[in-house]
Ligand binder design. Structure first.
Ligand SMILES: [Cu+2]
Length: 293
């Protein structure tokens, strides 16, 4: 009797916690409400099955409890019951999987008007690269990464010279414009995740993964790393600012290209260089704090 009661309380507690919990997703700021809908369908199906199975267990524990004189009936086969269970399980699993397939198909079909933005993850900071006036990103190689070329852009590739390099600083995007995020890592596995955008994907050293989305709200959003990537993982934060077109163009005008950053000691690049150093020192200082714990 006590066990049956505990089982019922587990169901009531779990469902109440889900419905009354103050924690829910952050308000969505991208086009991926399909992903939210798919997760809600999953919650409904798994929630109903969980409640049905646990309540059935509670019923059986109570109904067939030990009583003097009762004997168990041995019934190894029941074709009718097995058929029903097979059909219901197949329908349930199909309903769980099919919406995900539709969402995945949209997720990897990038619209032709999407602009490319490269995200580079490294222990433990985020950098970004945007194509310059030619609209093309130059090729890059991890073996070309150095203090002067932190993103490993191949210096001999003319397409890379006008690439806009945003090293360890905030990324700005334009509201309402689809972007294809090209994801690279130059050391270990990372995962670029902005909760409000819903989309996220692993970054694998040696390959370029991607997803796309359209930012639908202006504002400042936090970037998290969603892959355990070493001691400084909890500090691997970044910022994406979604701007109006005017603000975005103003920000873009202040950024430096790869050619400008690699030019030897110009006054114009001195500020950017010192800003980069300050950012790097900041991360190093944070890491020292973690190390001393
Ligand atoms: Cu990481």
């Amino acid at each position: 009797m006590a066990v049956a009661l505990v089982l019922v309380l587990i169901v009531v507690g779990s469902v109440s916690f889900h419905l009354l919990s103050p924690w829910w997703w952050t308000p969505i700021a991208s086009n991926w409400d399909y992903i939210d809908n798919t997760i809600i369908i999953t919650f409904w199906i798994t929630g109903v099955v969980f409640a049905a199975v646990v309540l059935f267990m509670a019923y059986c524990v109570f109904r067939f409890r030990h009583r003097e004189g009762n004997r168990a009936a041995y019934e190894p086969e029941n074709k009718r019951l097995e058929s029903w269970l097979t059909i219901v399980t197949a329908v349930g699993v199909t309903t769980l999987l099919v919406p995900g397939l539709f969402v995945w198909s949209r997720f990897v079909t990038v619209p032709s008007d999407a602009t490319e933005v490269e995200v580079i993850g490294q222990q433990w900071q985020w950098s970004f690269r945007l194509p310059g006036k030619d609209g093309k990103l130059g090729t890059s190689e991890t073996r070309d990464v150095s203090a002067d070329n932190p993103l490993g852009i191949i210096p001999g590739d003319p397409n890379g010279q006008d690439d806009v390099v945003v090293e360890a600083a905030d990324l700005h995007l334009q509201v309402g414009k689809p972007v294809k995020m090209l994801l690279r890592s130059i050391d270990v596995l990372h995962d670029f995740f902005v909760p409000e955008f819903r989309a996220k994907m692993d970054m694998v050293p040696g390959s370029v993964t991607y997803f796309w989305f359209t930012p639908t709200k202006t504002g400042t959003f936090q970037v998290l790393c969603a892959e355990l990537c070493g001691q400084g993982h909890p500090l691997m934060h970044g910022v994406v600012v979604v701007d109006t077109q005017q603000d975005y163009l103003a920000w873009l005008g202040q950024q430096q290209t790869f050619a400008q950053l690699s030019a030897p000691q110009k006054t114009g690049s001195a500020d950017q260089a010192s800003g980069t150093t300050a950012s790097g020192l900041n991360v190093a200082a944070k890491l020292e704090t973690v190390g001393s714990r």
